[in-house]
Design a protein around this ligand. Structure first.
Ligand code: NAP
Length: 289
């Protein structure tokens, strides 16, 4: 099938934003001597989490952010983790704290995230930052939907009055995505596993954001001609190939813009984490960002 959609190149957009971040890091250093620092806490040996943490460390290094990695064993008690978070909250070299999720089952994730000071919650998961988003106030925005907003900005997609359909209502992607789109005056519909007639809703959408985790759940024929399609999904197909939540080939023949998997949303997520960390460092240093 011949592709007509323009590809939204997450890698390219990400590289441009990272160049800007690098300049901001240098600017802060030369003005105040402060180097932005991100603490990443990994508990246990989840393989995917180890890869994510390693990638975040490399990305920090690449733009001049100091990365502090804390690796704790699987059986770490809640109090030990809470103590580390409390230390990081106080550490003047740390401007962002990220606890890699999922945590081992014995640990209460919500309590750990809520223990991070909202001023260093660069993931944007703390209830205060979620509340700030919902009430339209300043605060850290969750990195994946924040990155998607940057992509939409990049292609100059005017959201005002557009019908946006989000598939998925997770706390880290779907829910905050809807709030960010609403903030820009889109009309937002949330879909999830109990939604009736998903196809009908998607067929009416000017913007589709798929954050489900089911390979190619969204069929190409459901996409409205000229729609923008953002695929957050990262799934392995039976052959072990990385695929998204959208039938890429068929959707490309109808959409105006589409994100590929890989190389779409993925690179943007880490980029916005770097952005939030540098913004936090500016704030702690009392510098305008
Ligand atoms: P999640 O917490 O697993 O939630 C999945 C959502 O999809 C739920 O709201 C669920 O509905 C809904 N859902 C499941 N099956 C469905 C179906 N058949 N029809 C309609 N909705 C359905 O998801 P997540 O953490 O947001 O992750 C979603 C995907 O994005 C995963 O593939 C993940 O790997 C990927 N991801 C990528 C990035 C990135 O940077 N690229 C970042 C985060 C996540 P219910 O609420 O009713 O259960």
């Amino acid at each position: 099938m011949e592709s007509v959609a323009s590809i939204i190149d997450g890698k390219k957009i990400s590289d441009e934003i990272r160049d800007e971040i690098r300049q901001r890091v240098e600017g802060l250093q030369s003005k105040t001597g402060v180097t932005p620092g991100l603490a990443v806490v990994l508990v246990g040996e989840n393989e995917a989490s180890q890869i994510y943490v390693r990638n975040k460390g490399k990305a920090c290094e690449n733009v001049g952010i100091q990365s502090f990695q804390h690796t704790l064993p699987e059986d770490t008690p809640q109090e030990v983790l809470a103590h580390l978070v409390a230390q990081l909250n106080q550490d003047p070299n740390v401007h962002g704290i990220l606890v890699q999720l999922p945590l081992p089952k014995a640990l209460a994730s919500f309590d750990v995230v809520a223990a991070i000071t909202p001023e260093k919650d660069v993931d944007g998961f703390h209830p205060v930052n979620v509340g700030n988003l919902v009430t339209g106030r300043e605060g850290f925005r969750s990195c994946t939907p924040f990155g998607i907003m940057k992509m939409l900005e990049y292609i100059k997609f005017e959201l005002k009055g557009k019908d946006a359909v989000i598939i998925g209502r997770s706390n880290i992607v779907g829910k905050p995505m809807g709030m960010m789109l609403l903030e820009k005056n889109a009309t937002v519909t949330y879909c999830h596993s109990k939604t009736h007639d998903l196809a009908k809703k998607i067929k009416a959408a000017d913007l589709v954001v798929a954050a489900v985790g089911v390979p190619e759940l969204v069929k190409g024929e459901w996409i409205k001609e000229g729609a923008v399609v953002i695929d957050v999904g990262m799934n392995r197909d039976t052959a072990g190939k990385l695929v998204g939540d959208v039938e890429f080939g068929a959707a490309s023949s109808r959409a105006a813009y589409i994100t590929p998997v890989p190389g779409g949303v993925g690179p943007m997520t880490i980029t916005m984490l770097l952005y939030n960390t540098v913004r936090s460092a500016y704030r702690f240093a009392g510098q305008p960002f």
